[in-house]
Design a protein around this ligand. Structure first.
Ligand code: ADP
Ligand code: MG
Length: 393
């Protein structure tokens, strides 16, 4: 026995189209159906039924067989030809059982005899609607799941974007430090020129040739300042197109910009190997990776108070790869963290110094953006970072 509550559980979100030509029966049954379904629409014959069906969508169609204009059999056949999945229940009198084979062939879901026995009617509704509501529930579940996947993917993308942004800021901080260093000299120079002018004036030494020298000298300093800024600006510009570039040039250029950060810490950097090797990728991004790796070595040397500080950069080709290795003598990466150093936010440094983004960003740049490889291992007395890029021949 199906009770009303059980039935309602699976019909309450469903809509039904009820097609019946007998006014009295249609009204009574509609009242009954209204107790269970979220929406009940009616039609008085097959043609009207099809018309309503094409305008709306119904989870279930209940139809009489014998009706004027168009009967239930014809209507069902047509509707099934649009949508074979459409659930249809036929209500019919005894003498129409000759249609049974046709109805089965069309694929109707259930056949109920008239006059309608309430229990049997409810049981039939339950049988058909349980399946529909389960399928709907599953579909809803899939929709939610899909939505969740979309949301999570977007969240991930955003947080990756944030990380890269943060990484850029950190790199920018390091560059600013280098700029400040680079600028000290020419700014001092300009200061001296101005002081000299004041003094020369006092002693009456300001003549045409003095002014000419002064302007020349001053302009040289100013050009140097301006060139530094241009160099840094192009360094920070992300590449759009992968191009062949000379690894040696890229590294020399990086050192010309930030070398002072290292020489001021007594770190000797040497470059050796094949100066002609060309890699394919984004040269400015490559420089940022070099900068990240070099700065990590610097941090480690400061932290460990390393003696005779040196970093060795080697360039060579291996198979189809252009390889750069950066080796320091700061003692290496301890084995319990070496698997984690490329993870986002992994850092062993205090909050002020470390963000844990540098190596993550570097790996993303080399592997995702340039299709190369970046990995680390220990040598006898330090860490070695290897960058493999596709070689350009
Ligand atoms: N040359 C190195 N020698 C020893 N440890 C290193 C070296 N480079 C990186 N590491 C380790 O990897 C960690 C992650 O580096 P990174 O992603 O650049 O983040 P951060 O420099 O902000 O800590 C560092 O905190 C450090 O523990
Ligand atoms: Mg770092």
């Amino acid at each position: 026995m199906i009770n009303a509550k059980q039935l309602k559980e699976c019909t309450k979100n469903l809509t039904v189209l009820y097609v019946e030509d007998d006014d009295r029966l249609r009204e009574d049954t509609t009242k009954l159906l209204n107790n269970f379904y979220s929406e009940v629409h009616t039609a008085t014959n097959g043609l009207e039924g099809i018309e309503k069906y094409t305008k709306g969508s119904y989870d279930l169609i209940i139809t009489d067989l014998n009706m004027p204009v168009m009967g239930g059999l014809e209507m069902s056949r047509e509707i099934k030809s649009y949508n074979f999945e459409q659930a249809i229940i036929i209500t019919s009198a005894y003498d129409e059982s000759k249609y049974l084979i046709d109805l089965i062939n069309i694929g109707v879901d259930t056949f109920i005899l008239k006059p309608l026995d309430l229990q049997m009617f409810l049981a039939a509704l339950y049988r058909v609607c349980k399946g529909i509501s389960d399928a709907k529930e599953l579909e809803r579940f899939y929709d939610i799941l899909e939505q969740k996947v979309v949301e999570e993917t977007e969240k991930r993308r955003q947080s990756e974007q944030m990380l890269i942004q943060k990484g850029r800021l950190a790199a920018m901080g390091e560059l600013m430090q280098a700029i400040a260093h680079q600028w000290k000299q020419p700014l001092n120079g300009l200061g001296l020129i101005l002081q000299d002018l004041a003094e020369a004036y006092e002693y009456g030494e300001v003549n045409e040739s003095f002014i000419k020298d002064m302007v020349e000298n001053g302009m040289a300093q100013i050009n140097f300042l301006s060139k530094t800024i241009d160099d840094f600006r192009s360094f920070l510009m992300p590449g759009r197109k992968k191009v062949p570039f000379n690894l040696h040039d890229a590294i020399v250029n990086t050192l010309s910009l930030v070398g002072v950060n290292f020489s001021s810490q007594n770190i000797a950097i040497t470059i050796n190997g094949d100066k002609t090797i060309q890699g394919i990728g984004y040269p400015n991004e490559f420089k940022q990776v070099i900068l990240n790796v070099l700065h990590n070595a610097l941090d480690t040397m400061e932290e460990r108070d390393t003696k005779d500080r040196c970093i060795e950069v080697s360039l060579f080709s291996k198979d189809t790869y252009a390889v750069t290795t950066i080796t320091d003598n700061a003692g290496g990466i301890s084995s319990d963290i070496i698997d984690k150093i490329f993870a986002p936010y992994f850092t062993t440094k205090n909050e002020e110094k470390g963000t844990g983004i540098g190596l993550y960003m570097s790996k993303t740049i080399i592997e995702k953006n340039m299709g190369g490889r970046l990995f680390a291992n220990n040598t006898g007395n330090g860490a070695m970072f290897t960058i493999e890029l596709q070689q350009s021949t």
